[in-house]
Design a protein around this ligand. Structure first.
Ligand code: PEP
Ligand code: CO
Length: 416
């Protein structure tokens, strides 16, 4: 109730603007880069961590603009990614069972009965953290920080010592040259001082989502104003379920995660349920199949959706189908499997005359060691060094940048 009186975090104008960009992405006219933490924590609501997340997404988008020659739409898993689905309701340690940690919006990670007891006040704390985060991002994205003339603003210390520094430096130089060229031709400085940046989170906690869902003046329907782009997670996408029922009633663009167990019939029925009018830009299907399953599963789903006559935005999440547990019980993902799923995704869509319009990563702007591989070839032993994620393993800053470079190279190769 208190939450529903507080001002919205985003506006319907921004939501409609994003919807039209997603429609363009579904036709291959621009490209979506979505990324951020698996679960944001309230403690990470601090300036350097937020700025670093923005920096890595800006740097990746620069690399992707260069490689794809398309506008890149940046969407953070940010300012609301505070609730997590869990496979088990309870967690047991040394014979003691307590409710699982479900994200900072619900309870706390510490293994004590007090910390694990759900507390509805946390919904307000989450809203406040989301507002603070978004406020900072908006001023960075609107001000000189995001100016394409000064990509050095986005440099993270780490990159200077990285094997990728040289390649990244070349990309920055080439973009600067193109800008100067355009400006020389046009005889004026181009206005590149602001970038668009949108928010997204899994729409898991329906009380939180509902409290910020409103009618707005001069537009039909209801808007979820807690984020631009909510998505329905794999575990809550039942056709008769509460999440599908809630999200079919809003006007925001809607992401839907689809895993290897999805059938064509089910997908068709789900799409009819959430988007009976086939509104352009409304649906983003996020496939997260795993590198070993994608080739078997995806082509039939692409055909099934096409045969309904609808055009959706297809996005690849190469993270969630490639999670594994080491012999020491640490959850990790291998850089090579993530890249393999992505490259296959581009190829399968191209072979099916479809468009892969975006990519979805769990990443951070920090130098963590949660995923294995990449330029520094992080090993199982390295995982013990700087593993901070409370839920799924994220690409660190350098791995994320390398991933963007690999995609850009792959797309350039496919074009030629
Ligand atoms: C997630 O995106 O963090 C997540 C839980 O994904 P999925 O619903 O695809 O398993
Ligand atoms: Co995750």
């Amino acid at each position: 109730m208190r939450l529903s009186k507080l001002p919205p975090l985003v506006t319907s104008w921004e939501i409609e603007e994003l919807k039209s960009k997603l429609e363009q992405a579904s036709r291959g006219e621009c490209f979506v880069l979505q990324g951020g933490d698996c679960a944001e924590s309230f403690d990470d609501c601090e300036s350097s961590i937020i700025a670093n997340k923005l920096k890595i997404l800006l740097q990746m988008s620069l690399v992707l603009v260069h490689g794809t020659k398309k506008q890149v739409v940046r969407v953070g898993r940010i300012a609301g990614q505070y609730a997590k689905p869990r496979s088990a309701d309870m967690e047991t340690r040394d014979g003691v069972s307590l409710p699982s940690y479900r994200g900072d919006l619900v309870n706390h990670p510490g293994f004590t009965p007090e910390e694990r007891t759900p507390n509805p006040e946390l919904l307000l704390r989450g809203y406040e953290r989301a507002a603070l985060t978004l406020n900072f991002i908006r001023s960075l994205a609107d001000g000189g920080f995001a100016d394409l003339h000064h990509p050095e603003n986005w440099g993270l210390d780490f990159v200077k010592h990285s094997a990728l520094a040289e390649e990244y430096g070349r990309i920055v130089e080439s973009i600067r040259d193109s800008l100067e060229f355009m400006e020389a031709v046009a005889g004026a400085r181009t206005s590149t001082n602001r970038v668009d940046f949108y928010t997204s989170h899994e729409g898991l906690h329906l009380h939180y989502e509902e409290a910020q869902t409103r009618e707005v003046p001069n537009r039909d329907g209801w808007y979820n104003l807690s984020t631009h782009l909510p998505w329905i997670g794999k575990r809550t996408a039942e056709i008769e379920g509460a999440h599908v029922e809630f999200f079919r009633g809003i006007r925001n663009p809607l992401g839907i995660k689809i895993g290897p167990d999805v059938t064509s019939d089910w997908l068709r029925e789900l799409l009819n349920r959430v988007d009976p009018e086939q509104e352009p830009g409304r649906i983003m299907l996020i496939h997260r199949m795993g590198a070993d399953n994608l080739g078997d599963k995806l082509p039939a789903l692409i055909d099934a959706v096409r045969n309904t006559g609808r055009r959706v935005l297809w996005e690849c999440d190469p993270m969630h189908g490639n999670t594994e547990t080491t012999t020491n019980g640490i959850k990790t993902r291998r850089f090579d499997n993530i890249l393999r799923e992505l490259e296959q995704a581009f190829e399968i869509h191209a072979a099916s005359d479809s468009v892969l319009g975006g990519v979805h990563f769990e990443l951070t702007g920090e130098d963590v060691t949660e995923c294995m591989g990449g330029a520094r070839d992080l090993s199982e032993l390295d995982l013990e060094r700087a593993y901070h994620s409370r839920v799924d393993p994220r690409l660190n800053y350098e791995q994320a940048l390398e991933m963007a470079m690999s995609i850009a190279r792959h797309m350039a190769k496919m074009r030629s």
